[in-house]
Write a protein that binds this ligand. Structure first.
Ligand SMILES: [Zn+2]
Length: 185
């Protein structure tokens, strides 16, 4: 039996937009944030971009998707972002999935699944019972490996930094303690 050829479900434009989302994720990382980026596309053009800014903004809602939806609303002067596609490097969390539904985004494409908080099918699926007020197409797996390794290398580096920090603190405290003993002696 011959193997059925795998049909690439994503177009070259899809790739191009996800690559841009990855660049924005990179920007987030440069600012000390978890690297997640998003773009919103209407009629083949990016109308808004966003990246994770929760730490810098002291704002738990400042996820890449929310940032993008807010800007797009200003551009279109409408909270209903009809006939748009959102590209995001990581699967939306429940908050962002809810916001995407409220915004009437038509198509959502994400890269890597979020094993801890994914609300588009991984942990839960908010898009499952959406038909009542809005229907969005959700597609996953575009540049998945690259999006995942972008996140993984960030967390790996951060763990290492924290470990080194702990080591440095331990060294300083033992050093100080010894100094103290010497002074007493
Ligand atoms: Zn989110």
């Amino acid at each position: 039996m011959s193997e059925v050829p795998q049909v690439e479900p994503f177009s070259p434009e899809d790739h191009q937009f996800m690559r841009r989302a990855m660049e924005l994720a990179e920007l987030a990382e440069q600012n000390g944030e978890v690297p997640v980026g998003a773009v919103l596309v209407k009629d083949g053009e990016i109308i808004a971009e966003g990246w994770n800014q929760s730490i810098g903004d002291h704002d738990a809602t400042a996820h890449a998707e929310i940032q993008t939806l807010r800007k797009a609303g200003q551009v279109l002067q409408n909270y209903r972002l009809l006939d748009t596609t959102l590209y995001v490097t990581l699967e939306p969390c429940p908050m962002c999935a809810g916001a995407l539904l409220h915004s009437r985004v038509k198509r959502i494409v994400f890269g890597a699944p979020d094993l801890k908080a994914g609300a588009a099918g991984t942990v839960l699926n908010l898009f499952e019972h959406q038909a009542a007020y809005h229907y969005a197409d959700v597609e996953q797996g575009l540049l998945e490996d690259e999006c995942r390794s972008q996140l993984q290398s960030f967390f790996k580096r951060r763990r290492k930094e924290k470990k080194n920090q702990r080591k440095a603190t331990r060294f300083t405290s033992t050093h100080e303690a010894k100094k103290g003993q010497n002074n007493e002696g």
